[in-house]
Write a protein that binds this ligand. Sequence first.
Ligand code: BGC
Length: 425
Amino acid sequence: MSKTTSSDSQLPFSKKFLWGASVSTHQVEGNNHNQWTVWELENAATLARSAKGRYGQLEVWDDIKDEATRPENYVSGKAAEHYRRYRDDFKLAKQLKLNAMRSGIEWSRIEPKVGQFNQRAIEHYRQYFTEMKQQGIEPILTLWHWTMPEWFADKGGFLKRANVKYFTRYVQYVMENIGVNFRYVITINEPTIYSAFSYYYKRWPPQHGSVLDTYLVMKNLARAHRRAHAIIKRFQPKAQIGLAHNCAYVYTDDDSWISSLSVRIAHYIGNKWFINQVKKQQDFLGLNYYLGHRIKGVRSANTNDKPLNDLGWRMEPELLGKLAEQLYSEYGLPILVTETGVADKNDTHRKWWIQNNLSSLALAEKRGAEILGYIHWSLLDNFEWAEGFWPRFGLIEVDYKTQARTIRPSAKWYATVIKQSRGDT
Ligand code: BGC
């Protein structure tokens, strides 16, 4: 029997394999004040009014319409109150047998005014990551997950090359003051997605619609990564440093040369271009995977022939392993899956998603790819950016009225897989 097909069989990952889940500061902490919270307040009413146009065709519309048409859905507010509930959340992660967790530091808390660093905030994060370690959970630190202090946004954010120095100064401050040693550090979350959604598609702040700006932001994020890499290495030479890069697995199911050429071009632009900008400054390749991208001829052919998640995204969990294998063969860097998951309020697909993710990764590993770990998105339900609170990505459900946490059935199952795979008694 193949080790890779059954959920109950032992997966071929080593004892050191990182079994984890991810969160990001702005999406769970609550009470943040950054460029995104400003934008939320300015846009909540419009987003609520236009919700039907965006989500009306989704299968879950009847279920979500009350939430999605209310302005509060689009304001992060208290979020999951993870900033003060983190100890209990780590206990839940332990209950799920996780030995790793990806979480971050919120720049706007560390440097609320330009050049003025907040010692209480850095102390909070020192305690946060120390506690995580004490509970036996390996922290995977994210330094930037899209939110920034207002003053940095006012200066033009990452659109201006001269602003990169502010980011590196923040990184330097964190490294000097955090007092925690990290084995894994992620500088930037999804640079290409941030650039495209904020500077091309006009979906996120600052809602520019310019190809040139998108390109410049990507270039500056690459610079920011390269410089941050050097700083982190100086303070923590043993830290393994990477990015969390969103990649789609691009494929065709016809055998025409034009389709194969389009696949190569799309894979290059969407996946490889950014990695190539920072090739020498990565110790591992952090991979965020959500979507496949099927191509026919010169066009996308993502028809609805696959099950869809609550956000209407085609679900192809088995492509994760193929993507990992492909990137490993191209770059020879160990792969850490830094995010992957589904919006799935009723927990209908999550178990199947994880199961197929894991079996495909097991296959990739059997074929020679080095896989460091699987960090599921997300540990908790959270604030899903311009979509707000209604999409539910959590292994753990959050009741935003009471802040009660409920472990979803898929997460209980995930815990048994981890246990069996590690041979825990
Ligand atoms: C982001 C997360 C987000 C998730 C689901 C990733 O692109 O890093 O912040 O919640 O996708 O959309």
